[in-house]
Design a binder for this molecule. Sequence first.
Ligand code: HGY
Ligand code: MN
Ligand code: MN
Length: 393
Amino acid sequence: MWAELLPVGRSAASGGYRRHAWNSADAECRAWFREQAESRGLAYEADRNGNQWAWLGDPRAGGAIVTGSHLDSVPDGGAFDGPLGVVSSFAALDELRARGAEFDRPLAIVNFGDEEGARFGVACVGSRLTAGVLSREQAYELRDADGVRLPDAMERAGHDPAAIGGDDERLGRIAAFVELHVEQGRYLTEEQPVGVAGAIWPHGRWRFDFHGEANHAGTTRIEDRRDPMLTFASTVLAARGRAGADALATFGKVAVEPNGTNAIASLVRGWLDSRAADEATLERVVAQIGAAAAEYGGRDGVRVELTRESFTPVVDFDVPLRDRLATTLGGVPVLPTGAGHDAGILASAVPTAMLFVRNPSGVSHSPAEYAQEADCLTGVAALADVLEDLACR
Ligand code: HGY
Ligand code: MN
Ligand code: MN
């Protein structure tokens, strides 16, 4: 499976993946998923929101056990964030069949669309739409950097956007969802390369628009400038100053207009990703960064606008399901995480759990992300054990 998947959407220049919602690399990943499903005799379907499903047993029967993850990436992402969960799901099914397992309920493998939100700015679009936490109207308003609307991108990629929206009927047929994911930190050890998720920190994305005045870089006196780059730079430092053990604050994306070397910018847009141990802390941190931006804006003659683009409240995974997984696996570490996941979105509607597989360097959202084969195989065996416990006689 990896041999087929690894070249898809990989940039030769950076070695990172550029599999973004509904682009050509995403289409190749989706074709790969469909092939994996059909070659195993699973019933393939794409749901109204473009998530892909591979079913063993009758999808209509209800009480299904679902596993899977996502295949899209951040800009220049690593090979494992997402794909490890999908590949491991197919491998775990192969393992269960080799064991001669007899299923007493339907099992599905899912590839959720647009988990990273790299193109349209909102993460977990496929699962959010399904769970009804992103409305059809909000989704129709999303645009990429070129101004292409999400429904148009879907349509161009061959998915009819007419029916996107909440899908309670589908969620009602799921008894439990388990997502396996590469760890994005360094808690797990060689002795214990698999853990279960405890909670996901609340997190969100905020867009700061700094409106200044375009002018000539060589002729405009310093005191006459309204330079939004300066306000942006001061705001980045304020964010860094406020971040610490209880909260993270990152500006990882910036867009500048007109983006010319010899012109003072007219507009700088900076996107803040912030996450904290609890919601009150997160709100306080973002408010403090917003207040700092407004103050620097006053200093620089720059108007600052702040827009929340997405938000995910704290997720506490289902405790009985987590305990059941831990028992099945003979006791494993329980990890908190600052990363968002489709499992975190589904957790509001369905008993949900996550398995993490060791990442020796902890690096993620980077071409350097990796996991060792032995740990990945331990992950597959763990997922197979969990699915056998949940779905088999
Ligand atoms: O950004 C995140 O936390 C996730 O990987 N989508
Ligand atoms: Mn990710
Ligand atoms: Mn992921």
